[in-house]
Design a protein around this ligand. Sequence first.
Ligand code: ADP
Length: 629
Amino acid sequence: MSPHKNKYTPFIYFSGLAVITLGIYILLFGLLLASNIIDAASVAPLPMAIDAAVCFVFIGLSFFLTLKNNRKAFAIACLLNIMVIIVSVLALLHHFSGVYFLFTLGMSPVTAVTFIVTVIGLFFLNKTKSLFNQCTFHAVTFLASVVLIGHLLKIPEFYHLSFTPMSIYSAAAFFILSIAASLVNQEIGITGIFTGSGIGNIMARRLFLYMVFAIFIVGWIRLLVHRKNLVGVELGIALYALSFCLISLALISLVSKTLNTINTKANIATENFRLMVEAAPYALIMTDRLGTILEINPSAELVFGYKKEELTGKNVRVLVPKNMRGTWIKNRNKFFEEPLISPYGFNDEIYALKKNKQQFPIEIILTPIKSRDGYRILSFVIDITERKASEALINKQITELQQKNEELEQFNYISSHDLQEPLRTVANYIMMLEEDYPDQVTGEVKEHLGAINSAVTRMSRLVRSLLEFGKLGRDRVMSAIDTGILLKEVTDDLQALIKANGATVAAKGEFPTLYAYDTELRQLFQNLINNAIKFKKEGIAPHITVTGSAIDGYYRFEVADNGIGIAPEHSAKIFNIFQRLNKSEKYEGYGIGLANCKKIAEMHGGRIWVESVPGKGSTFIFTILKFKA
Ligand code: ADP
């Protein structure tokens, strides 16, 4: 691909191709004429000399090869150029000496000179980007334009240029080729005036095209009027001047209107940009490559405590604390190695310096802005002092909460553990009383002792479940668990209960392998299935469906039953410890199962809730965070 790629590249290639095609066309035409395949009398004579046609093919090829910009291609291009020069020089020699040489086939001397100038231009096309070289193409364009105008307006002086005339085809080919070649280094010379993006360039582009067209038409009319002798010379010139003045006025007013519209749009855009920058809630600082501050916005004045005048022109270093300058320089260099939008301070801690020498934490985004004189940096600075302070407060509170929680767990563990001892003693004494005094422990006394015993047993169970609740999640280790297998094992464990109640347990959906606490997750499924069987409707076999699915960032499991259901007002409190809705003998329990389930779901970064229609059934739903391995 050409290293000169710009928006004119398609035109450049098209022009090269057009010149080669023209040369080949003339050669074929000449060949057909020479071999009498077409009759010279019935067609117009050859419009271009054969040697000129060959040179156009050569110069077109040489142009393509030069564009390739590699050594081999350039060497071939040089060879072609030399051949063009030889043919052109021989044509000139023939013209001035009258001697016929091998390759002279009628090329006009003006064409020969134009070829030589074009070849010089092409030779230096990649070597120097000089104005002088660009001028060789401009000269060719000018010469070709004169000849073209001469042909179009039928003014022989223009195309003869006091020699054998250059053909209109050659002029057109030189015109298009020289413009294409000058567009390769589009920013240089007159080409630069027309291709630039400035307002002057836009004006030049529009005005020049209209002007050339208008001058050409008016000139043509003037000539027509003159040739037909419609008006006298003086009136003709006066009318010509007048119409030219009017056309110029019309064109200038048209172009000035366009320019004014462009200018207004540019002004509005600039004003909008200024307002945006001024209203931005972030401190904005624009610096050049060396770090010199060019612009700051009012938020930057507020954040850093400087006035705009105090900072502009200073190096941005004044806003960097001394101990951070090393990191700052490193970051800057890294940024210039690859100037992309780069955030700093989001993962690491960086600080800036206020006018009063106070340091404060910031987040900063550096944005490269390419301007005509190189890169500029637009920095968005966010003062995160307040956020850091609240983060620190939250962290402190979290640590305190963790400590309190640990203390509570410890207390729960110790007290429930210690409570077992007196309960055991009471139970032992009841047993001893029954054994040692069988005669006295009868009737009402025996009944009372029995009631005390069952109360003690119940209390002991309660204390044990409290102990287990406290122990939940201690010494926990996460592992990969196949939830399909886990569910099967849980239902196997509950087989006796399932059979006794004539229950069915069906699994639906996906049961993935996920990272979780094995014992706890097992207990969660077990509690929910157990409850689904336990809280069955009188005389109806429990039918339980366990469904697994993956949702955004979580796994979701549902345990649905056709049991007694739960009234909506109770759906939250059943997850609290020791909360039971059905205290009758029929539904045994301590009200700790769902509290355990809640704790387990939360340990897994998820939550648990129930959706239920009383009398129809309940669906317990819990989620588990998708932990990474
Ligand atoms: P327990 O089962 O020991 O009573 P849980 O914490 O497991 O304690 O349940 C709390 C209460 O929630 C139960 O007493 C019961 O009233 C209600 N409950 C739990 N699961 C279901 C269910 N599948 N259907 C209806 N009610 C239920």
